[in-house]
Design a protein around this ligand. Structure first.
Ligand code: PGA
Length: 249
């Protein structure tokens, strides 16, 4: 069966020392249950945070990766470099990357394939902006992000990908999608995956919800049959809030 996952996305927060402290606290508090807990830290934190992780259910991830494997790409960080720190996951296509850095479907497709080839698990993000939801285009937008970003993968490779639905209007705004809105979209995503790759792959795909998920709403969101966990931004910066979300399962 598919994994339950709670992944923290620290974004551009925490100095190295603060990040290591946070990771140590989370590591202390994480229990070895069937919930996979992931810390997605800034690149420069990865190697140090990796050393702080001792629990079997706690994993490390990056927030982005380069779209090339190596060479003269000043400032970029490759999938092999990420993997060499001990990280096992990488967020791809977060809405902040899509909007501020103009990362399009073709580029995200390339990054996903590089991540898979390096043995990293992509956490592939999708989600509509407010205007798209208000005009009723949200389903179409998410469908095309997934189709264009992922649907040329083999079933075997697709089976290694974690999906994250993050309505952009809910990210960092304090306004989360309702449990019904989340379930409706997650079910639509699973149906889409099922049409393309079959029910077995669809049933095994973890689909995370992201966008103002916090201890007070996590239980309701995670109780939906098609919501398999969360990608947590702001609330992952406090061990108490983050662990409150983990224990919502
Ligand atoms: P948020 O961010 O939890 O702060 O809304 C979620 C995300 O961007 O992954």
């Amino acid at each position: 069966m598919r994994k339950k996952i709670v992944a923290g996305n620290w974004k551009m927060n925490k100095t190295l020392q603060e990040g290591v402290e946070l990771a140590k606290t989370v590591n202390r508090q994480v229990e070895d249950t069937d919930v996979v807990v992931i810390l997605c830290t800034p690149f420069i934190h990865l190697a140090e945070v990796s050393k702080a992780i001792t629990k079997d259910s706690l994993f490390l991830g990056a927030q982005n990766c380069a779209s090339e494997t190596s060479g003269a790409f000043t400032g970029e960080v490759s999938v092999d470099m990420i993997k060499s720190t001990g990280a096992e996951y990488v967020i791809i296509g977060h809405s902040e990357r899509r909007s501020y850095y103009h990362e399009d479907d073709a580029l995200l497709n390339k990054k996903t394939k590089l991540a898979l080839a390096a043995g990293l698990t992509p956490i592939f993000c999708c989600g509509e902006v407010l205007a798209e939801r208000q005009s009723g285009k949200h389903m179409q937008v998410v469908k095309s992000q997934i189709e264009n970003g992922l649907f040329d993968l083999s079933a075997e490779d697709f089976g290694k990908v974690v999906l994250a639905y993050e309505p952009v209007w809910a990210i960092g705004t304090g306004v989360n999608a309702t449990a019904d809105q989340a379930q409706e979209m997650h079910k639509a995503i699973r149906d889409l995956v099922s049409e393309k790759y079959g029910t077995r792959v669809a049933e095994n795909t973890s689909i995370l919800y992201g966008g103002s998920c916090k201890p007070s709403n996590a239980k309701e969101l995670f109780s939906n049959p098609d919501v398999d966990g969360g990608l947590i931004g702001g609330a992952s910066l406090s061990a108490a809030d983050f662990m409150g979300i983990v224990s919502a399962f």
